[in-house]
Ligand binder design. Structure first.
Ligand SMILES: [Zn+2]
Length: 160
């Protein structure tokens, strides 16, 4: 039962003027009418099997009246069904495994980061020691004979 927005008294029937405080209730009448039209349309769509459009119609009702019990129940049922489908659909489970959402995969995924880090550190250490080795090698070679530079072939000339 809607209440008068002016004096908050419950209105048994919708009139364009409040019987208690004589406030103009045209807006309230229009609002309730829109709501009723929206609900009727949504119910029709549900009966016709147009569930997608019915959900949109119920959402439109909730936009006008967020506490509308019928619309909330209907949209809530759809949301629950979608969540159920999300959990149980085989395709979704397969996709989850693919994304590493499977418990075992998740464990291996958690180790992937540190493993890569360790591998990177190992490569860095290897490069460092290789550099030291190469440095000392060339230092020794430099003291005896300068390292032989391979002669790069020059550009072809017309004489040849
Ligand atoms: Zn009133």
């Amino acid at each position: 039962v809607p209440a008068c927005p002016q004096c908050a008294k419950p209105l048994d029937e919708l009139l364009s003027v409040c019987p208690y405080c004589k406030a103009n209730l045209d807006l309230l009448v229009e609002y309730v009418g829109q709501l009723q039209t929206g609900l009727t349309r949504a119910e029709q769509l549900t009966r016709q099997g147009e569930l997608g459009q019915a959900v949109w119609a119920y959402l439109a009702v909730l936009e006008v009246d967020p506490d509308n019990a019928v619309a909330r129940r209907q949209v809530g049922q759809v949301a629950t069904a979608v969540r159920q489908f999300d959990r149980t659909a085989p395709g979704r489970r397969w996709l989850g495994r693919l994304r590493g959402e499977h418990p075992e995969d998740r464990r291996s995924f958690r180790w992937r980061g540190p493993l890569l880090l360790a591998l990177g550190a190992g490569l860095l250490a290897l490069a460092f020691f290789l550099g030291l080795f190469a440095g000392s090698y060339f230092a020794d070679a430099g003291s005896a004979t300068p390292p032989a530079r391979p002669e790069r072939p020059g550009p072809p000339t017309l004489a040849e």
